[in-house]
Design a protein around this ligand. Structure first.
Ligand SMILES: N[C@@H](CCC(=O)N[C@@H](CS)C(=O)NCC(=O)O)C(=O)O
Length: 268
């Protein structure tokens, strides 16, 4: 059963709304959306897709999201895809506890950072994620099954074929980690500019939400390369202390909770 909630739309009477989120517990893009829904206390039903088994590539799901990725939000039958678009959408239809600065210049700055995050850490974090967490599952597949699976992905075909069943080479891992390091340095500079504690100053915004899951992922993989940047250390502590954090990262949302070989590696 879908949950119902009263949401105020600016200039319109209150409407009853239901939200269904098609997502995956461990998906960083899904975690952005769950965080905003939880922070705004918007009840939602969660449809959990198994990404390793290819639920996101089934014809009925591709009708909702032709990119074959999660998340997808169904809001009273309106289908919204792409995590940053969904978080902006939720902030527009439910303006209480806003994540968007009022000042248009600051709002533009927030969107600039969201684009940067989707260009830099979000793709970079996939390289260590796939090499360290998912590769063992792909290595169990026959070559033909692996290529067929990769070729069925609308958005990630070339990514999967480049990784192959041996994983990304060291040069790609190093490049991804360097891009992540530049992200932490950029965050540090942004927090210094704004006065912090968040990227744009005193209030948390959608830019903080956008970068959060990549940081949580890297921390979970045991590679938090920001310990020499105290502003970023404080930012990370603050976001983990946010009331929306725990319900977003329920058990099974961290890769180390799902893949025992990662725990073994971390404790080695
Ligand atoms: N730009 C999209 C990217 C979505 C995306 O890459 N989702 C990943 C999980 S974080 C996914 O569904 N991967 C499935 C696959 O690679 O087949 C968004 O932000 O929603």
């Amino acid at each position: 059963m879908a949950s119902s909630v009263q949401v105020v739309i600016a200039g319109k009477p209150e409407l009853s709304m239901t939200f269904t989120l098609y997502n995956a517990p461990q998906s960083t893009c899904s975690q952005r959306v769950r965080f905003v829904l939880n922070a705004k206390r918007l009840p939602f039903d969660e449809v959990k897709l198994n990404l390793l088994e290819g639920d996101q590539l089934k014809p009925e799901y591709l009708k909702l999201n032709p990119n074959g990725v999660v998340p997808t939000l169904d809001h009273d039958g309106a289908i919204i895809i792409d995590s940053t678009v969904i978080t902006e959408y939720l902030d527009e239809i439910s303006p209480d506890d806003t994540f968007t600065p009022k000042d248009p210049v600051e709002r533009a700055h927030m969107r600039t950072l969201m684009h940067y995050i989707d260009e830099m850490p979000a793709p970079a974090v996939r390289v260590p994620t796939f090499n360290l967490a998912f590769l063992p599952s792909f290595q169990k597949m026959s070559r033909d099954a692996f290529v067929a699976m990769a070729e069925s992905k609308p958005l990630r075909r070339e990514f999967m074929l480049t990784m192959g069943q041996t994983g990304f080479p060291k040069a790609d891992m190093d490049a991804a980690l360097a891009r992540l390091r530049r992200t932490y340095e950029r965050m540090d500079a942004e927090i210094e500019r704004s006065g912090g504690p968040w990227l744009l100053g005193k209030e948390i915004t959608l830019a903080d939400v956008a970068v959060m899951p990549s940081m949580v992922r890297i921390h979970d993989l045991g590679m938090p390369d920001w310990q020499d940047l105290p502003r970023v250390v404080t930012w990370f502590d603050n976001i983990r202390a946010h009331p929306a954090f725990r319900p977003t990262f329920y058990h099974g949302s961290l890769l180390s909770e799902r893949f025992p070989h990662l725990r073994e590696k971390a404790s080695a």
